[in-house]
Write a protein that binds this ligand. Structure first.
Ligand SMILES: Cc1cc2nc3c(=O)[nH]c(=O)nc-3n(C[C@H](O)[C@H](O)[C@H](O)COP(=O)(O)OP(=O)(O)OC[C@H]3O[C@@H](n4cnc5c(N)ncnc54)[C@H](O)[C@@H]3O)c2cc1C
Length: 411
């Protein structure tokens, strides 16, 4: 088996991995990026709509434009990107990876690792919908790949289950390609995606959004023929007598993303609510010298956040690999009232903190409070789908030394 070495090994070449690779190379490290697809870019390559890059590049770009900029910058900085390389196993203590590729298996060892493996879609089987498993039922990201990259249409008449951003964007995309999108179905009493996507993807195309409703049954053996939709109560239990049927040949599932941690989680701590790797504000995981960034830490709503976090993780991974690590005292971040997803999970006092919070429930008006620091940020309307972000300069972190924790709560 071939054996390679590098200073910083990046696993996964989406926005997080490419941005990590670029910043690690700019910090002076020798960098290798492994990506299972032939080219880097990750999910950006199939997101041909615009709305990317406003914060990272201060321009509105499409996904492929954002990806190709990072690809070009990586190659100018001398990052060695190896495509068609599937990382099968990582030994986080030894910082070694076993990789499968069409040219054969190889092993690569590094001084520091950045894991940036993204997220995967929640599958049909986890949704407990009755009926056979006919063709025509597919996750939204896969449908997007078929339509945008492979030039296939998944069907003629569709219903979308889940009003997260991917579902909303696919409702519009399918409509533009001539598919009749009958409705978007959402079990929550409020939409799951960004407000701008509700307006631009549904309202502008007259696609109905049915709230507090779910798909309870699918009909058809070879191919999907109909779905049964039913109203649900506040605990998502179907309400008897409220079912109706929709004649569709396609059911698009947009039931959320799950951080992709399975291949790598043996030795790394996972946050039970984020469902991704616990990292500090330097991107370092629970194992020294092993960093993680992007949607495998928590599902972020904007690629700009993912790229910014990748940048920080890449720089710190390079400093670690070059023996210039400057990590400071560390304290845990603790969730208070109405806080769901929160990143980071640990505060390193030697780096500024970029804090990301998702509310547990929507609020008309609220204040994000960092208890031990006496800092606050008010917002006029908040929903779980839109992350609240707050930057705290490292000079303001001193009170945490005595407090030994940072409590994040929303009032
Ligand atoms: C449909 C959709 C629409 C979106 N719209 C917007 C938008 O309008 N604006 C916006 O800002 N954001 C948007 N986003 C969000 C944004 O695109 C993502 O948050 C971001 O691109 C995720 O980057 P990532 O690097 O974490 O993950 P990914 O892009 O998923 O990259 C992970 C990479 O790791 C590779 N990988 C995984 N496991 C392995 C392994 N074992 N070995 C080798 N390689 C591996 C994968 O092949 C992949 O290339 C959208 C996302 C989706 C899905």
């Amino acid at each position: 088996m071939n054996r390679l070495t590098t200073d910083v090994l990046i696993i996964g070449g989406g926005a997080a991995g490419m941005s990590s690779a670029l910043s690690a190379a700019k910090t002076g490290a020798d960098v290798t990026l492994l990506e299972r697809e032939p080219i880097a870019g990750g999910v950006l390559n199939q997101c041909i709509h615009n709305g990317f890059g406003l914060q990272f590049y201060h321009e509105e770009l499409t996904g492929p434009e954002f990806a190709s900029r990072l690809q070009r910058e990586m190659s100018e900085e001398g990052v060695s990107m190896i495509g068609e390389s599937y990382v099968r196993h990582i030994d986080v203590r030894e910082k070694k990876a076993v990789v499968l590729s069409p040219k054969g298996a190889f092993e690569i060892s590094a001084k520091a690792l950045v894991i940036s493996s993204g997220a995967r879609e929640r599958p049909f089987g986890s949704l407990l919908i009755q009926g056979y498993r006919p063709s025509g039922i597919l996750p939204a990201g896969l449908a997007q790949r078929y339509v945008n990259l492979e030039n296939y249409l998944p069907g003629k008449r569709a219903v979308v289950l889940g009003s997260g951003d991917i579902g909303l964007i696919m409702a519009r995309r399918l409509t533009l390609e001539g598919v009749e999108v009958v409705a978007v179905i959402e079990r929550m009493p409020y939409p799951g995606g960004l407000t701008r996507n509700i307006v631009q993807c549904l309202e502008d195309y007259d696609i109905p959004l049915l709230l507090s409703t779910t798909v309870t049954k699918v009909f058809g053996k070879g191919r999907l023929e109909e779905v049964e939709i039913t109203k649900v109560d506040e605990r998502f239990v179907p309400i008897p007598g409220t079912s109706s049927r929709l004649k569709v040949d396609t059911l698009i599932l947009s039931a959320g993303l799950l951080p992709q941690v399975e291949d790598f989680d043996d030795d790394l701590t996972i946050d039970p609510i984020n469902r991704g790797f616990v990292v500090s504000n330097t991107g370092e995981s629970s194992v020294e010298g092993v960093f993680a960034a992007g949607n495998n830490v928590a599902v972020f709503d904007l690629v700009d956040y993912v790229a910014a976090e990748g940048w920080i993780a890449g720089r710190h991974a390079a400093l670690y690999a070059l023996g210039k690590n400057t990590s400071g005292d560390r304290v845990p971040v603790v969730r208070g009232d109405n806080v769901g997803v929160v990143v980071p999970g640990i505060v390193d006092m030697d780096e500024h903190v970029r804090l990301y919070v998702r509310l547990k429930n929507p609020m008309d008006k609220g204040t994000l409070v960092l208890k031990e620091l006496g800092l606050e940020k008010s917002f006029s309307y908040g929903v779980p789908s839109e992350m609240i972000q707050m930057v705290i300069k490292k000079e303001k972190l001193m009170p945490l030394i005595d407090a030994k924790r940072l409590t994040v709560e929303v009032h």
